[in-house]
Design a protein around this ligand. Structure first.
Ligand code: NSS
Length: 436
């Protein structure tokens, strides 16, 4: 009997088959309506949905019975002939000649209209929603496009550790780990390890989880996030900015080429993304940013850090991602190179996404002079002994070098047009729960 069944295809493929083609699909029950004469079962798989119609007057008895027993989210399989139907999602349906119930689902705990807190409790079930599935597919394509860009431009992928011994981005957001009775920390950034690796491979990148014990809860902060970082020997700040722009544009292009259906399901305005598909992003200095903010009536002084609110105002001036460069040194990390022409600022840059999203990349040229770096470590009140091996890199063949870190989840959040970062990642960690 099995050998005679029609070919198994994805729902998307079935919808595109010529009228009358035989097809078999399998997946989970997304919706079901029993209209007496016919049972309409919408089946969902990784590619989409298709309406399966089980006609009580023509379908075999076992098929009708299985369709009757199928509940929402039951695992099912159906086969029959494809027929156009303008009322069906995707414009076609499968008229069932067979219907099998693989696993009958208990009463599914998500029915629609539940609140955020509840949905986070059942995140392991909520991640199969069509909306989140669209996000996972976009996320996949973002990662793939960036990997392809790096691969075809001569970058080496490396694997830095997550258990570390010192802070890259300040002690305030470190997660401490008891490492056999000694203190260790979860990595905030692979940067120092990448800096060490440029002396062997010159252009390196990594994709790791980074951890930040952020004090405040915001729409754009995760405690555990995915961090794509690059580091390049002989590169100045502008060189690294070009890579940051090309990488971002490559991700946007990839999504526009491959994920239009998902963007449409998420009601994402793609016109606004088109402008970001070319890497010629504008750049302003921190000084100019302060001027622009003052012009909009924001009360801010030179030397203040730019928070989410200030960034949001700045994004109103631009239709594409844009850079802010040359920050005051005291609001940035000790490793950023001091601008030789202007010692109160550093050669650091942020890339901000438009439409209010703000920072998605932070990078800089690195301080490559031993004495200056040591002085900066002391100036920041840090203990040079904690940075001994990092300082070594300036003692053995130091070269100018630059790099950046891109927040993958933030990039996905902007590209997919999400209003909260938690939906850019399947299992976000929260302060009050690590469940599921
Ligand atoms: O702190 S960063 O701005 N910079 C660094 O960590 C550098 N050490 C990276 C480097 O040069 N190799 O973080 C980089 C990016 C930032 O622009 C955000 O997009 C993202 O990492 N980021 C976060 N995403 C989500 N949640 C949190 N908490 C978070 N913190 C940073």
């Amino acid at each position: 009997m099995r050998a005679e069944l029609p070919q198994l295809v994805k729902t998307r493929e079935a919808l595109r088959m010529p009228e009358g083609s035989e097809a078999r699909v399998r997946g989970w029950v997304y919706r079901k309506r029993d209209l007496g004469g016919k049972i309409f079962v919408v089946v969902r798989d990784s590619e989409g949905i298709i309406q399966v119609v089980v006609d009580r007057s023509t379908a075999p008895r076992e098929a009708v019975q299985a369709a009757e027993e199928a509940t929402i989210e039951s695992a099912v399989e159906a086969w029959g002939r494809v027929a156009p139907d303008p009322r069906a999602p995707g414009g076609a349906e499968l008229r069932a000649e067979g219907f099998v119930l693989h696993s009958r689902a208990e009463d599914f705990p998500i029915k629609g209209g539940e609140g955020v807190d509840y949905l986070l409790d059942v995140r392991h079930l909520w991640i199969r929603s069509r909306r989140l599935t669209a996000v996972w597919r976009i996320r996949h394509t973002v990662l793939k496009a960036m990997r392809e860009y790096l691969e075809s431009n001569g970058w080496w992928e490396v694997s830095p550790p997550i258990l570390t011994q010192s802070a890259v981005e300040g002690g305030a957001t470190l997660f401490e780990v008891n490492f056999f009775g000694k203190k260790a920390y979860l990595s905030q950034s692979a940067q120092f390890y990448l800096e060490a690796l440029i002396y062997s491979l010159e252009r390196v990148w990594s994709l790791t989880t980074s951890f930040r014990a952020e004090r405040s809860r915001t729409r754009r902060h995760l405690y555990e996030y995915w961090h794509l970082e690059t580091e390049e020997a002989w590169a100045r700040m502008r060189d690294s900015m070009r890579v940051a722009a090309e990488l971002t544009a490559a991700a946007v292009r990839g999504v526009l080429e491959e994920r239009l259906e998902e963007l449409s399901l998420l009601k994402r305005d793609t016109e606004r993304l088109e402008a970001a598909a070319r890497p010629d992003y504008p750049s302003i200095t921190y000084d100019e940013a302060i001027e622009l903010l003052k012009r909009r009536g924001v009360s801010i002084e030179w030397g203040d850090d730019l928070g989410a609110d200030e960034e949001r105002v700045l994004t109103e001036y631009f239709d594409t991602p844009f850079f802010v460069t040359h920050f005051p040194k005291h609001i940035k990390s000790f490793y950023m190179k001091i601008d030789p022409g202007r010692p109160e600022v550093v050669l650091g840059f942020d890339l901000l996404a438009p439409e209010g999203y703000g920072e998605i990349i932070g990078g800089s040229e690195r301080e490559d002079r031993y004495e200056v770096l040591l002085a900066r470590i002391r100036e920041e009140g840090l203990d040079p002994r904690d940075y001994e091996w990092y300082l070594d890199l300036r003692r053995y063949g130091s070269v100018p070098h630059s790099g950046f870190g891109l927040g993958v989840d933030r990039l996905v959040m902007w590209v997919a047009g999400l209003d909260h970062i938690r939906d850019s990642i399947p299992f976000p960690r929260f302060r009050d729960r690590i469940y599921p």
